[in-house]
Every structure is written in structure tokens, then in C-alpha cells.
Design a protein around this ligand. Sequence first.
Ligand SMILES: Nc1ncnc2c1ncn2[C@@H]1O[C@H](COP(=O)(O)OP(=O)(O)OP(=O)(O)O)[C@@H](O)[C@H]1O
Ligand SMILES: [Mg+2]
Length: 1054
Amino acid sequence: MDSVKVAVRVRPFSQREKDAGSRCMISMNSSCTSIYDPKHPKNRKTFKFDLAYWSHSGFVKTRNGMLVADSPSSRYADQKKIFNDIGRSLLDNAWQGYNATLLAYGQTGSGKSYTVIGYGANQGLIPMICKELFNTINNNQDRNRQYQVSYSMLEIYNEQIKGLLSKTKQPGGLKLREDQQTGFYVEGLKCVPCENYAQIESLMVQGTKMRTTAATNMNSTSSRSHMVITIQFKQIFLDEKISKQSNITLVDLAGSERQKSSGSEGDRLREGTSVNLSLATLGNVISALAEAATGKKVLHIPYRDSVLTKLLQSALGGNSRTVMIAALSPADICYEETLSSLRYAERAKKIRNKAIVNESPTEKIVKELKAENARLLSKLSRLGNSEKQMEDEAKDLQRLVAENELQIQAVQTFWEERLKEAQNEWEEQCAAITQERHMIQLFPYIVNVNEDPQLSGVVKYFIQKGVCKVGQDPSCSPSIILKGLGIMNQHATFTNLDGIVTLEPSDQAKVYVNGTLLITKVRLKHSDRIIFGSNSTYLYTGFPCERLADIDLAHFDYDFFQSEMATAEGFGIEKMGAVNSQSGSSNPSVLAVFHDYIKIMPLVKEANQMSKELRKDLKFEIEVKNLAISDSRGHDLEKEIIVKVTNQVTSQVWVWSKAKFINRKFLMEELYQHYLDGECTRVDKEYDPFWDPVEAICLGSAHVWLQPLAYCIKVEEQVEFLNWEGKVEAVLQIHLNPCSCTGQHFGEDDIVIDPTEMLDKRSDFQIEISQCLGVRWLQYIKDRGVQIGYCVYDHPCKFYTDPVWNNQKPKFNHKLHFTVLNVSQDYLNYLQTSALVVELWGLQEGCNDLIWSSQDIKVTDKGSIIIDSKRRTLSSHCNLATSDSQICELYLKLSKLEQETEFLREVNTALKEENTYLKNSQKKFNTTRNESAGSKKEYKMSKVKASSGSTPVSFLPKDQSQKDAQGTSCDAQFAKALKVFYQSMTIVQGQLLRLRRHRPPEDDNLKTLQLFTEEQSQMFKEFGKQLDACVCRLKADVSTIVKKKRESMSNGKS
Ligand SMILES: Nc1ncnc2c1ncn2[C@@H]1O[C@H](COP(=O)(O)OP(=O)(O)OP(=O)(O)O)[C@@H](O)[C@H]1O
Ligand SMILES: [Mg+2]
């Protein structure tokens, strides 16, 4: 029994990760690999694997581009180290006659292809294994030994197998067949005999070209397909008349994050893609095998659930010595995915295989095959031809006979014959390569740039002298045939005349040069970036004399194309504020949104084109959502990319998260592939990636600041609903009324001066929503409605008004009464610092109204809704903290906070005492001065205070006649001043929010920019004025009150 050997390798940071200020969350020592949770760094998980490679740091680039350790003490694992450990062990097994398999697993961009194939000077395992294999073969002096090496290369995309070495395309892909002895194999897969490493190298180039063409035609990335390379190695021992055969299989799996498509949990179709299916099945197979290896009874290993697992059957739990290498991304943003890769690898460690030496006498094979054929033929003759149901069986038998014949032939045909055939093809290939090298020295050309760096720079088109048309079907010669989304039959024309190359788009065709849409003919310069159609990206290389050494073409990678395009479309990195133009420092969170934007932007273009061609009527638009709109403190929090989807016929609108869109885009590609293959694209709507049930849409939100409620001051507001671009969607009329438990509104007399007075008492208020004005959602389009929703404090339920349909000025008559049974400090903080975030929801034809379930709601005996039933407790906070030390820390903090609170309470009591003293002296003064004053004063809240044993605190007298009295209490005046202050502060806060969301225009037009700047400075001016006025008024009011108080005190003393 052989265990699957598992290795892990962590790569360096990518430029993107460096820009975003990423931290490395992987550490390795000997064979232990640990991962830290970036949100809870003390949370560390450690794994033990057979091999662990640190390729994250401690390296330098040599002059020829190789990455090597930067010092003798560096632990950097370069490509050679991986080959010496893993490659050599695979080769040793092959020499012994065992099948050997390598699986590279990991998320997109984690370094699978780097390890398996390699980049440039940093060759990966396949080239190094092949080189070494031929080295050993060539050194062999034994005439009694012969060696045969053949090479095959296939790709599994969309559950179809594509041979990468044959020029003819099989519709629906190659078929998988099952052999009783050897298991599954690919019928008709081209397997090319090779005599030396150079031939293998050229086959690899040929295969990558095929892969690239397929990917560029489809606009899919290779990250979505699995690539399987098999080196068949046969040793023939002439004297012993036996042969040993080994298959070395190297699998570069598709990016693993697709299987979870993290973040798209909400999508009903998240499990639907084929990549998900095959990687998920691979996971299930590994789990089942791991369980079986630990002695559990496992009845079924689901190999047959996907093409990939069928092909890998012998590698997993079968006749193979297998190594899995899990490629890891080091950055904190990849934590979830990296952890899941580590867990995947951990399970794979448990699998046990039964590898055997594939040794057999040659004649014996032929004899066995012939016997098998005789048996099949006799069975076939017994069947007869008449019965219809027998037909299928007969067909199957005939096919098996034919296959056996082929195998007999293959064994008997001389290896030399097959070699000769291959040799001819190889010569053709060599001639083509020489021709290409020659052309490079003569003509300008365009070369493909792919999202997967492995596929970039693979396909070249030369622009020879004269006119050269570009398109799906330019139907003239010379021409460049480009497939791909949004490319028209006759898309553009290159002209190469007098040492000048120009490019001209055809009518209606989209061609972008350096990010700008071409309207007319342009002259091309060396290193110009060209995008044809939706997203077919090519780099232009000029005449040899233009190719300056100081331009590094590698700089113009896929990301460069996309960020250039984003900038040209008014969405530049500076405009978003990702980089501070003065200090040059970058803002990682904004940078992350910018990177998301450039990742999604081309996908949105492709989705639009697919929607058009498949007649789905959907329009996709990328938008940046400012999360401040849903934050109760209105802070300028992070931003997030969303995709707005509009049905252009029905005007129905959907909003998709980034993750949901990516998931759907993959499914669209799969559907579109069927369309390209001429298959039926009609799908039930439940499986249609373009379809979703109609839902209510959140149009925007308004912030109603709650501070006045902390003082029992009523809030009467007209607030604007702003959408995530900061534009006004509607105006809302809303009232928040502090009230008694029976619902009687409080008046000015009930104002509280010190909100802490409310602590531990009951407090009630009502939310009244009367109407909305100027709702944009309802303009021009019929059968639409609106609803308003909001959350209060930390109550889990969202409350909604009743829906109103087809009314431009919807009236709601919504009134809810809320009760806080025990005002806590937390609740007071909430009132003082937060806003009620009120959301405006758009209803559309076919969607359900938004409802709130009264089940989760606790009410008082009078029917008001209790909102502090789920008060935050220390224990609930502690759930997050897992370690003892964290709990200790929290306790320390808590007790410190309690001490501070105690101190503040003491200060408060002292102030209150002074206040009472002042009031008593004022009362005395009033009684002596005002004869008429005799009525008993009633203090509403003081009763409660009295019962708690401390000195009664004055609240405003209820008796109206008292207010008119000359000696109106200072408290009342103070309360009034506060009310005015908070009301005007609400306006100021609104203005601040508007300022924060005020964004520069998207186009680069100087005039509009000027207008924007003027507007902005006007807004700042107004904001400043309002703030000044607010503070001045408060200052004036307070000083008047203090003055009056002093006067009255001095009068009292005198
Ligand atoms: N060990 C390494 N050292 C240096 N660079 C690396 C290493 N591993 C990966 N890279 C770089 O990281 C990038 C992504 O690597 P690679 O193409 O191998 O990812 P992948 O796992 O194959 O992704 P996909 O699933 O998209 O095919 C490449 O630019 C590659 O050069
Ligand atoms: Mg790859």
C-alpha cells in the first residue's frame, strides 16, 4: 500500500497583493505549515505534510530571469528543489514500472502552473522530468534495452475532453471509455511518440497554442479547465522478452475557489458550473477514499460523477504512486481559500493506493487480446441481427472488437513506423517555428494577452505588407481570423504601407487602442494595446527598428490592459482615491475595489455580448456601492462592486453581488459554448443563468439622526433618500416621537437634559412615516411600487411599511410604537451616535411585497414593540474570543471602563447636587419675589428618581402657566436651546453625508470638472456656514442662560 504523498508550496506576493499592503499568513518550519487567521491572529492552525516548500521570500532574480535563493541561509525553494524532490521520485517510480501521478491543486493564481509547467527560465516539473528522462535514455549503453516515450495532452472544460495535440475538433469532445483491466481511457486521444526533449517541447508549445486559441475564442480563462499531460514510458527488455510500462500523469487542476464560489452563497445557481461539479466530485472522492483508508466502511466511491474523477481513478485509490502538491496564496485576503486548500490536502494524505509494476511479456498481451476478440465475435454471431433491442448490444460488441484490433495492431506495429509518422509532423512543426522566427524579424505583429499568464504571448498574427482584414469571417486574403465575443465578421482593417501600420474599425465594430474606442483610422505605435470586440486583447509589436530595448513588453499584462481601459472610461485609480496624488501612498481598501472593478469590467462586457447574442434582453452595468448608505453611523466606509441587471424589454431590475455575477458569468459561458457548438440553448428558467425571480430592489437610504431622542426631543424630518451614487431618489417625511407608554407624545416640557437620567428606565417612542415625494423609481414606468424598511437598535427584525403601487406621491400612514424596557448605556450610545437607516425599496411587476414576521417580535401588554429584549451581554461578546487570554483582556478592559463610568457618575451626581442647590436658591428667590407663585410643582420623572433614593432631579414643570412665569427654569431654556441645536445639527450631518458622497463626474471634460469643483466649494461653504450658525446659536443661548442664572443668583443672594 502506498499513501498519497502531499506537498505544499507557498508563492511570493503578486504585485496586486503588494499594492494592497497584504500580510503573509503562512509560516513553515520543517514540515509543519501554519496558517493565521488575519482577523484573529492568535487563531492559528497547523498542518503536517510530507513536504513543505517556502517559495515566498528569500530569493533574487538572476540575469536570465531565474528565481534562486538570495543567500546560502535562505530557505527559498526554487524550481530545481521541487524537481529534485518530487520530479525525481516520479521518475524513479516510472523507471521501476509504476504509474506515477502528480496533481496540482490550489486556488486561481496560487502557482499550480508555475510548479507543473513553469514560466520562461523557471521551468516547471514537466519540462524538467522530460529532459531528465531523455538524458538517462541517451546515456544508456545496453543494446538489449529499448525505450519508447510518447506524449499526450488534453483539457477538460465544461465536462468535455479536448485533445490538445490534434488539429481536428471533435464536436462534443472526446469520449471516455472503460477497460476492464486498465480502467478509463480517452478514445482517440492523440498520443505522439517522441525521441528527444526538443520534440516534447514543441508538442507542449502546440498544446498551449490550442488551449489559448480555445480560450481566446471563448473568452474563457484556462483557470476554468483542467489540463492533463501524460508521458507514456515503455521499457522493452529484448533478452527477457518483457516490457515495463508506466504512465506519468501530471494534472494542472482548475482554480479551486470556483467550487465554493465564496460570497455567492445567496445565488440559487451556485452549485451549477461544471468546474464546481468536477472539483466538488474530486473532493468527495478524496473524502470517501480517506474514510476508507481509516478503516471506515465506504460503500461507494463516486468516481463516475465527473469526467475528471473517472480519468483520475487509477491515480486515486488505484494503480499509481501519487503526489499532490497544494499551491498556496500567501496573502491575508486569500485566507479562506488557502485554509480550504490545506484541508483538502490534509484529507488527500490519508488515501492509500495499490501500485503495481506494469510488467508483462509482449506476446502474452497479444494472445490475451486475440482470445478476447474471439470470445466477443462468437457472442456477436449468437446475437443475430433481427431483434431491435439487440442492436445496441451488437454495436457495443463490434466497437470492442475494433478497439481490440487496434490495440493488437498497436502492440505489433513497429514503434519505428509510428515514430516516422510523428517525425514528419514534427518536421512540419519545426518548419512553422522557423518560419515564424523569420517573420518576426520582418513584420510587425499582434500577440495575444490572456488573463492567465500561462496563455499570454502564445498566438501571433503578422501584419504583412498591404491590407489585412480582421474578423470572424473576413472572406478575403490575407486576413486574420479572430473568433471571440463581440467580434464581427469584418471587424477591422490593418494597413501596412511605407513602414507605417494603421488600424481602422469597421462600421459598428468595437476596437479600443490604449483604452480608447476607435472611431476612425489610427497609426499604430510599438507596444500599443488593442482590444477587439468585448475583450479580445492583443499587444502590437512594431517593425524591428521600432522595437526599443527599453520597453519591457511584459509590463503590458492583462491587468495593465484593463486598468488602462477603466481609466479611459473615467474610472481611474486616482479618481477613486486609491492613491493619494500628493503623498503617493495608497489606500488598500480603495485599491482592492479598483482591482475588483478591473476584474469585473471585462466580464460585464462579455456578459452583455452573450446576452445580446443569446437574445436574453439583459443589460449588465457595473456600479460601485458606497457602504456608507447602509451604515447607521453614515461613515465613509468601504465600497463594493455590484452589478445592476436590467431587462431592457420589461424594465425589471436586479442587483447582483460581485460573487453572484462571477458565478453566473461562468454559467453563461457554458451556455454560450453550447450555442457556439450549434446545440440547443433552451434551458428551463430555473437553470438559466440569465434568469432570476423578480425581487424588490433597494433603491437607496436615508439617515435620520437619533440624537434628539436621547433628550426626548421629537424629530420631524424631511430627508433625502440617496442611492449609492449619492443621487437623490426621493424625499421622505418621517417623525420620531418620544412618547409615554400609552402613546401620548411628549412635549417640550418632557425634554431631558442629561440623557443618563434615562438609564435603567423605560423609554418609548413612535416612528411615523407619512409620505414620500418625487420618487424617481416611479417616474415613467408603470406597475411599480415602493415600500420603506428600517431596523431599530439591534432588533433582528426589519420593519416595513405597507406597499404603495403606481403612485408618484405615495402615502404610507405607517406608525409603530417601540419600547425600551431598560435603557442601557449601549442604547444611549446608539441614540447619541447613530442614525435610523431608512431604506427605500422599489417594487416591480411580479415581485413579492416585503413583509416582516411578527413571530420574532416581543410586545408589551399595550402592544408596543420591545426592542431591547436581546440586550448585548458580556457573554455574547465573549463568544468571539476563543482563547483565555483574550477573555482576560476583555475583563480587564471592562473593569477599567466600569471604573471610568463610576467616576463619571460621581461627577454627574456632584453636578446634579450643585444644580439642585442652585434650583432651590432660585425657588427661594422666586417665592419671595413672586407672590402669585404658590402652586405645587409636579415633576414627572423626579418621582422615579426619588424612589431610587437620591435627591429629586428637576425636569421641566408640566404646568403651562409656569412657563410664562418670569422665572422660567433655566433647565427649560437649556432644553430648548439643545433642541434647536440638535435639529440644526441633523441638517448639518445630512449635508456632510451629501458632501462625502459627492463624486467627480465620470468624463474628463474640463467644463464639467470645473462645474463640479464650483459645486463642491459651494457645498463646503454652505456646510461651514451651517455649522458656524449652529455653534454660534448654541453659544449665544448658553451664554444668555448662564447670564440669567448669574443674575438670578445674585438677586437671590441679595
Ligand atoms: N513559486 C513561485 N515563484 C514565483 N512566482 C510564482 C510562483 N508561483 C506562482 N508564481 C506567479 O504567480 C502567478 C500565478 O501563478 P500560476 O499561473 O501558476 O497560477 P495557477 O495556480 O496556475 O492559476 P490558475 O488556476 O489561474 O491557472 C504567475 O505570474 C506566476 O509567475
Ligand atoms: Mg494555471
